[in-house]
Ligand binder design. Sequence first.
Ligand SMILES: [Zn+2]
Length: 232
Amino acid sequence: METRQYGTHVGVLAGWRFCPRCAAAVTLEGGRAECETCGFVHYANTAPAVSALIVDGERRVLLARRAYEPDAGLWDTPGGFLEEGEDPAGGLRRELLEETGLTIEIGDFVGMFTDRYGDGPGATAVLILMWEATITDGEPRAADDVSELRWFARDALPTENELAFRWLGPALRSSASHSRSTCSRKQGGREAAALQGLVYAQGQSPDAPKGRQAGPSVGEGEGEASNKTSCN
Ligand SMILES: [Zn+2]
């Protein structure tokens, strides 16, 4: 499989000048920062994040409007960065509780995606792991870094310009089309395989600004689900 370079070699380390341990000058080279005074080395690793494709009995998807930058005001799937040493499933449950007040049951693995967290030179590279999930307890209530939660039918999702980040649009479109043709819940492995490689599938440079319009206006997302009876 081709190894794609996403993000930048120095996203994490952009602007680093001094060692965080001893304050001597650091040397930046090849995605690592090294302090020759105390021996401290830091690698610019991709940051792991988790995300939930929350579906209801009609296969609608619960999306969260981002309250803060990057991509404030745009629609995202709920989730977030793992804390140090945190189990991915535990991190996903924690984020969902923080952002939506919901307790979830984690279902099929949807896929893994790479992106950058914002557009600036210091935007870190992110690896997103996404699972389907269903609500087992609670009513959706926006909190933390989410300003609004809304259910969207698969055929009435926000437009590309209304969606946060670069990875999310292709992931949702693929998931929706797959859901129409066959029930995705039965196809976890194949679906995950099909979704890999979707990042930057449109030939978009990861370093190029996304160029979306400011001030998203999102219409009513409660359209009639086309696959209401096909997947339960
Ligand atoms: Zn040092």
